[in-house]
Design a binder for this molecule. Structure first.
Ligand code: SF4
Ligand code: SF4
Length: 443
């Protein structure tokens, strides 16, 4: 659809244009498209002044139109149109029902007792046949196009591998198309039987976590009954699985906090060397522990600025390959989607996987259409979205941020918590460093 032209008009620098200098060069970064351009000092001054004074840009119309093509400038009010279009995009994603997304916890049991995850009140249930039957009825009602995205979660989902197998065979028998297929596992039970199952039902991604290097990992992730360490066994399983499932991405999360962040580059290097292959990604997982009052990050968790300085260090070391270059958002979170559910072993429904096993976070069950926690359900569906936050509506980072994690937004909203939801890009120096890392990666 071609936009109607109203002839010559005033153009203003877009809110989403970031102008900066680095080592004598002048740059324009269009946040709406994530395009970067090196510009002349004269153009930089012209745009910078117009931006600071919020006045129309004095330049030939044709030139201004070419700047508008790259979203660097726009007519008055055009940024607000973008915000509403972005809102529409978010709504379309949240209300899209073409695929039913199920995060299924076939069990809440786990063979480890990691301090930041395990709580004594957590229960240890396993899904039974009755729940499986009800889940297929629920799926039939909520997946009119017979397309599902599956993510196996827990507890440790492979402690209930029989249930996973039974459900996969049933999805196949009932002619569902599995659009996306992922498992989050601690890797301890990733044995030959499991590998054979996932040869038959290919996974897009396996996510496995190491808790830092071998010593630290073994101190945390050990069998809670025998005390047996797990690093070597998980690594051996990973090597076998990675070779047997070449089309699956093995996404290896290495948990870090303020105490072990400096070790990450070495751990990453060693894992990549040991595993090889191009179906491996090793990335830092920032452990989020709460403060004693449960209203902000605490313990040794890394705050936004700590994460920014950690990433800056990776960029300085040349070890980032441009992966911190700002990316457009709109990937969103499944918790906001009306077509996405986290299913617990008893058939209870949650919206976010962080909520699994917390009875206060259950929003309903697969046995009934009734929403049992209307406040939380509405908070995930609407109140935690970026457009409910006035700061996000006028934030220049919106295209690359999308407002942060709804789980923490709701805690801020309802529990008086004060988690920092913003992107580390709020620090302009860090933002520019990440933008320029894209140039380094191209060299
Ligand atoms: S609400 Fe946050 S923690 Fe929960 S699924 Fe979404 S992004 Fe993840
Ligand atoms: S969460 Fe913060 S950084 Fe992200 S869009 Fe909202 S105000 Fe901007």
């Amino acid at each position: 659809m071609k936009e109607k032209s109203y002839g010559a008009m005033d153009y203003y620098v877009s809110r989403y244009t970031h102008l900066f200098r680095h080592q004598g060069q002048h740059y324009l970064f269009a946040i709406r498209t994530t395009d970067l351009a090196s510009i002349t000092p004269a153009l930089y001054s012209l745009l910078q002044e117009a931006k600071e004074t919020n006045s129309p840009i004095e330049a030939p119309q044709k030139f201004l139109e070419s700047l508008r093509e790259v979203t660097a400038v726009g007519y008055k009010g055009e940024d607000d149109i973008y915000v509403r279009e972005h809102m529409l995009g978010t709504m379309q994603r949240c209300f899209n029902q073409s695929i039913l997304s199920l995060v299924i916890a076939p069990t809440t049991k786990c063979n480890f007792r990691c301090g930041y995850c395990f709580e004594p009140h957590k229960d240890h249930r396993v899904m039974d046949d009755r729940v499986e039957d009800a889940l297929f009825q629920f799926t039939e009602q909520h997946a009119p196009h017979k397309r599902v995205s599956l993510l196996w979660y827990g507890g440790e989902p492979l402690l209930a591998v029989d249930r996973i197998e039974s459900m996969l065979r049933r999805f196949e028998k009932e002619s569902y198309s599995i659009y996306d297929h992922t498992i989050i596992t601690n890797g301890y039970y990733l044995d030959d039987r499991v590998i054979d199952l996932f040869k038959e039902y290919p996974l897009k991604t396996v996510q496995i976590t190491f808790d830092g290097d071998k010593t630290r990992h073994d101190g945390i992730r050990k069998d809670y009954r025998t005390g047996e360490p797990s690093y070597d066994r998980i690594l051996a399983n990973l090597i076998r699985a990675q070779r047997a499932l070449p089309d699956t991405l093995f996404s290896i999360r290495v948990n870090i906090d303020a105490r072990n962040q400096a070790e990450f580059p070495k751990i990453q290097y060693e894992l990549l060397e040991t595993l090889g292959g191009d179906n491996i990604d090793v990335y830092p997982g920032y452990i989020r522990t709460d403060s004693d009052d449960g209203k902000s990050l605490g313990g040794h968790a890394m705050e936004r600025e700590d994460i920014a300085s950690f990433i800056s260090h990776s960029i300085d070391c040349g070890g980032c390959g441009g992966k911190f270059y700002p990316q457009l958002g709109q990937k969103g979170c499944s918790a906001n989607s009306i077509s996405s559910f986290v299913v617990g072993p008893s058939g209870e429904l949650y919206k976010c996987w962080n909520d699994v096993t917390d009875p206060e976070k259950v929003v309903g069950t697969i046995f009934s259409p009734e929403v049992t926690n209307r406040q939380l359900h509405a908070d995930y569906a609407i109140s935690s979205l970026w457009y409910e936050n006035p700061e996000c509506r006028t934030c220049k980072l919106l295209p690359v941020c999308d407002g942060g994690c709804p789980y923490y937004a709701i805690r801020n909203l309802r529990q008086g918590a004060h988690y920092n939801m913003c992107s580390p890009f709020k620090d302009e120096h860090f933002f520019e460093e990440c933008i320029l890392s894209g140039l380094l990666a191209k060299k």
